[in-house]
Design a protein around this ligand. Structure first.
Ligand code: GZL
Length: 317
């Protein structure tokens, strides 16, 4: 065998070996209901590419049945792991048991499920109750002893963020009898429904004159509501305080314009810690903790919102 043939054979063998190492991961994403969700998708694809992971992406269009079907397909394809952002918290036991029987590790991203923790490898996400509590405590601080009637835009019904962020906010305002949630309704984490529901709140609350603050479970619903408040002739951020969660670029733009007051950050990079945990698990069976928690920092109008907007726009949102 000539040297050239030997070298070509070696390169080909190493190439095949490298390809054999490339892991295949199925990712069942909820959809694209918010700017934050779009960023999570972008960053997950980037992280997979950087790590040489073959990512099979499925957009469930907000439907649990589509996520379950996607997971069944991934299992049939024999992927090396599954990522899923579960649209709601219940109804996953059976499909997770199928993945476990196929010995395919499942990692939850950004939302939790009510299933037995032994049915998934780990969950990467924030402390959703804490996020709501941070928002509630900020409002309590902002209004002092002033009477404050609050309207609340909830996330997707039955999702862990909608359940836990409501619980957390109520913890945050507990002990402040001057603050009362007077209306609360889901707007499904979207801008358009956030605007619609806020319009109904304004109409029901004396044109908005009786509303002191809006608490939205995500920034996108807050941005939609801000539009409704302005169209009602009121000043968001002044006549009606606005506090929400995610820290997407557009909420900082609203803050810079004086139209929003506070947001609690949620990193869209859940895939980084997820792929790190999977790499260790694939390498030598290292079992990660059941919950890998991401941070929840509070940002207000005094935290250079214009600078935050510039720093974040284009990061996949
Ligand atoms: C929270 C995440 C939520 C975001 C929304 O962990 O699931 O879903 O806050 C997104 O923007 O729709």
């Amino acid at each position: 065998m000539t040297l050239k043939t030997l070298m070509l054979t070696t390169v080909a063998t190493l190439g095949l070996a490298a390809a054999a190492q490339a892991q295949t991961v199925g990712f069942s994403q909820i959809g694209s209901e918010s700017g934050w969700r779009a960023a999570e998708t972008t960053l997950t694809k980037q992280q997979a590419q950087e790590r040489g992971i073959d990512l099979k992406f499925s957009d469930a269009q907000q439907k649990q049945e589509n996520q379950i079907a996607a997971l069944r397909t991934f299992i049939a394809q024999g992927v090396d792991a599954i990522l899923i952002a579960p649209v709601v918290a219940t109804g996953w036991d059976s499909i997770l048991e199928e993945a476990k029987e196929a010995d395919i590790p499942v990692v939850l991203l950004d939302r939790q499920v009510d299933s037995d923790k032994e049915l998934y490898l780990t969950a990467v996400g924030s402390d959703l109750v804490h996020e709501g509590e941070v928002a509630g405590k900020w409002l309590a601080e902002a209004v002092g002893d002033k009477s404050c009637r609050v309207v609340e835009l909830q996330g997707t019904t039955g999702s862990s963020p909608a359940i836990d962020r409501k619980t957390g906010f109520e913890k945050g305002i507990a002990g402040h009898a001057n603050i009362e949630i007077v209306r609360s309704q889901t707007a499904d984490f979207t801008r358009s429904i956030g605007k619609e529901v806020m319009e109904s709140f304004l109409q029901a609350e004396n044109g908005g004159a009786d509303i002191c603050a809006l608490y939205a479970h995500n920034d996108d619903m807050a941005v939609g509501a801000i539009q409704a408040i302005k169209e009602a002739g009121l000043k968001p951020g002044e006549d009606i305080l606005v506090v929400s969660i995610d820290a997407v670029p557009d909420i900082f733009k609203a803050m810079a314009d004086g139209e929003a007051n506070a947001t609690v950050e949620l990193t869209p990079n859940m895939a980084g810690p997820a792929f790190d945990a999977l790499a260790a698990y694939w390498k030598d069976g290292t079992v990660p903790p059941k919950f890998i928690q991401t941070d929840s920092a509070l940002y207000t109008m005094s935290d250079d919102p214009a600078g935050q907007y510039q720093a974040r726009k284009g990061l996949g949102y």
